[in-house]
Design a protein around this ligand. Structure first.
Ligand SMILES: *Cc1c(COP(=O)(O)O)cnc(C)c1O
Length: 388
């Protein structure tokens, strides 16, 4: 059997409690989702503001489909760049307080394109060990040297930067770490980059829409929107809090111009369906106009923290909607996730290699779509399950 080596590897994964499976969801995303004919209270999506199924976005998409149809038909540089994409880019730039923004089809592709543009062969990339996989893959594809530093260890980062002789230096970091929920210390990182003549790429996939009074993300959170340190390059994704799909980078016009000419993941791919861009324009308006969604999130986070009375399991320190509950062993983590499912609550188990060995966890993600009663139901179930 020519493919038996694949089957062997799958067997190993299963034996270590590491196989993953896809569950088939039959409803829209929201506080409640239907899977296998059963309704679950869901704490697993990144739809932090509850916009993925919002009537205003659905209506915007419907209308835009009437005007543009469904598919973009081509890449941006051929003939797929529609007025809907163009308008969204201008709105994203204004929202981020930057001269220009460039829209990508996914965050994964945006990172591949941006990192290679900012640090190619002969460059050096300094990456937090807990960064999202797309940033690591981007570094590999860029052909720059990749140096990873321990999570948030700025002393180590500084030593590595000081020792580097690369002609271009790029520090890349999640702004909100996707499996831990903690924040990168952006002001300190920006100062470090200033001292060592490096650029700083912030991946705000989980902060955009959520952090800051206006939902403008990690830079607003740290009061760095204006004047913004000129070494910072800001990217964020649009499939999480924004509720749709896609990603963007915002910065000086020269960056966007360069990426249009040179970023292969921008050039050699079909543009996002135009109706999604129109839905995103509607989403940006709601993000700005409805701060109650962020207030609701803050209340839910507080309710979870004060409600959980755990002794063996550990809720990680996080002020974001990502609230990881570390259980440790792969099998126990899976068993708890399964016990919650039996009670009609869906919280995913996250295991290595997504998180370090021995730190398997439930990744609880909260959304503005949850009521405080929803959070109370989860708290009660977890408090009970720790003692069985
Ligand atoms: C989700 C995520 C991405 C990828 O974004 P997609 O649009 O889903 O491809 C990139 N970086 C981080 C930190 C993420 O969490």
């Amino acid at each position: 059997m020519p493919l038996s080596f694949l089957a062997d590897e799958l067997k190993d994964l299963a034996a270590n409690g590491l196989s993953r499976r896809r569950r088939v969801v039959e409803s829209a995303q929201g506080a409640r989702v239907v899977e296998g004919g059963r309704e679950y209270l869901s704490f697993c999506s990144n739809d932090y503001l509850g916009l993925a199924n919002h009537p205003a976005l659905i209506e915007a998409l419907r209308q835009a489909a009437g005007q543009y149809g469904v598919g973009a038909g081509a890449s941006h540089l051929v003939c797929g760049h529609s007025a809907a994409h163009h308008q969204l880019e201008q709105e994203l730039a204004a929202f981020a307080g930057q001269p220009a923004a460039l829209l990508f089809s996914t965050g994964y592709m945006a990172n591949l394109g941006i990192v290679a543009a900012l640090a190619g062969r002969g460059g050096e990339i300094f990456a937090d060990k807990l960064n999202h996989a797309s940033l690591n893959d981007a570094a590999l594809l860029s052909r720059a040297k990749l140096t990873r530093y321990p999570h948030l260890d700025l002393d180590m980062l500084e030593r590595r930067l000081a020792a580097s002789t690369a002609r271009r230096k790029l520090v890349v970091t999640d702004a909100v770490f996707s499996m831990d929920g903690d924040l990168a210390p952006v002001p300190e990182l920006a100062a470090l980059c200033e001292r060592h003549d490096a650029l700083l790429l912030l991946d705000d996939a989980h902060g955009f829409g959520v952090l800051g009074e206006g939902g403008r993300g990690v830079l607003e959170h740290f009061s760095l929107l204006a004047p913004r340190p000129s070494r910072i390059i800001y990217m964020a994704t649009l499939g999480k809090a924004a509720g749709v799909f896609g990603a963007f980078v915002a910065g000086p016009a020269v960056l966007a111009d360069y990426l249009v000419q040179r970023a292969r993941p921008y050039i050699y791919t079909t543009a996002m369906p135009p109706p999604l861009a129109t839905a995103l324009s509607a989403s940006l308006k709601l993000i700005a106009a409805e701060p109650w969604r962020r207030e609701r999130l803050r209340d839910s986070i507080a309710a979870l923290k004060t409600g959980l009375k755990l002794t063996r399991w550990r809720l990680m320190e996080s002020a974001t909607p990502i609230q990881p509950l570390v259980i440790g062993a792969n099998r126990e983590t899976l068993a708890v996730s399964e016990a919650l499912r039996e009670r009609g609550i869906w919280v995913p188990a996250i295991r290595p290699p997504t998180v370090p060995k021995g730190e398997a966890r439930l990744r609880i993600s909260l959304s503005a779509a949850h009521s405080l009663e929803d959070v109370a139901r989860l708290v009660e179930a977890l408090n009970e399950l720790e003692n069985v």
